[in-house]
Design a binder for this molecule. Structure first.
Ligand code: SF4
Length: 341
């Protein structure tokens, strides 16, 4: 039996059509399951009983099983889901004043090997399937509904893995997440973070999602030393893509910059970054590094973080210092997977 959460709407119409049943039943199922949160086919009153039994045999609506859920002092909640093959899939929901952002994973491990990232140290195990990507959103949504009653307002694909390295499954998952009959998130509320695999990024439509590029250094030598993928996708290639990408009105590309003490947090680094991004419609997220026993880098001094930000703000770059959330439960940026190493 296949998981319902792996079907895009056209895919579901096709699967139902292939049984000789009306395709519009797919829309009914989408509404019941995603909009109404009814997972039991017997509760779907506008579907004839005989058909409900057929759907029950065709599709599983089981949620991803939660192996562990940990709540941080700052209110973030990290979920470890058990995959069928025994791997662990991690997501973290981070409540803020006016939003609840859910960070989801797209792979088990990652093959990009960024030196500051615990997931990178795990190596690559496998891609997540469409239903495992969408399933994280559905399972967390249900958990919040039963607990605090809060809603997920934003989704970021920044957990374990490089989304553009699992392109087909990520694109199908985004389709389900955005579909108004599906999870119904506006593209403005979905962020896809990438190290800059430009072939994949080029396949994103302007209204697929907000793009965030994990940059972390403004010169190739430094970037290659912490992100080996820079040998293939250099800063020049990334900037060429960014400058050619047709953004929707008023939209901007986000650049993420993890600040590592004594490595890329100097005033000279800030100057190089400002030079690189001059003339680019962008927003910069500065992420003070989260220390980990597995990684040699250190958290930057607060004064360097402030100096770095001020330099960019003075040059009129929208520059935000991203709170590191969930540190005490290993849910901070680059820490997913740490508990399962
Ligand atoms: Fe992979 Fe992202 Fe970690 Fe780099 S930072 S190794 S792309 S998960």
């Amino acid at each position: 039996m296949e998981s319902f959460f792996g079907f895009t709407l056209p895919g579901l119409e096709k699967a139902i059509g292939a049984t000789g049943k009306e395709k519009y039943r797919a829309r009914q199922l989408y509404r019941w399951i995603y909009n109404q949160g009814v997972f039991d086919f017997d509760g779907m009153s506008n579907i004839p009983k005989g058909l409900r039994a057929i759907f029950k045999d065709m599709f599983s609506t089981d949620l991803l099983p939660i192996k562990e859920a940990l709540t941080s002092k700052d209110g973030s909640k990290k979920f470890a889901f058990s995959a069928e093959d025994g791997h662990i899939i991690e997501s973290i929901v981070m409540p803020e004043k006016d939003r609840n952002t859910l960070c989801i994973s797209t792979q088990i491990g990652c093959r990009m090997g960024c030196r500051f990232c615990v997931t990178g140290r795990m190596g690559f195990k496998r891609n997540l399937t469409v239903h495992e990507i969408v399933g994280q959103v559905v399972a967390v949504k249900e958990d919040l509904k039963k607990g605090s009653g809060e809603r997920i307002t934003n989704i970021v694909l920044m957990g374990m893995g490089e989304p553009m390295d699992n392109l087909d499954n990520v694109m199908a998952a985004l389709d389900i997440i955005r579909n108004p009959l599906g999870l119904d998130f506006s593209y403005r509320r979905i962020t896809v973070s990438s190290v800059g695999l430009v072939e994949g990024l080029k396949t994103l439509e302007p209204k697929s999602a907000v793009i965030a590029i994990s940059l972390n250094a403004a010169d190739d030598g430094k970037r290659t030393s912490i992100m080996p993928i820079n040998r293939l996708y250099s800063i020049g290639k990334i900037m060429q893509f960014v400058k050619g990408f047709k953004l929707p009105n008023r939209a901007r590309i986000t650049f993420e910059y993890v600040l590592l003490r004594g490595f890329n947090d100097s005033l000279d680094d800030a100057k190089r970054l400002a030079e690189l991004l001059t003339g680019v419609k962008c927003k910069i997220n500065l992420i003070p590094y989260n220390e980990s026993p597995y990684i040699e880098f250190k958290t930057p001094e607060p004064a360097s973080v402030e100096r770095f930000q001020s330099y960019l703000l003075d040059r009129h770059f929208t520059t935000i210092i991203r709170d590191s959330r969930g540190r005490d439960i290993c849910g901070g940026c680059g820490q997913l997977g740490m508990r399962y190493l």
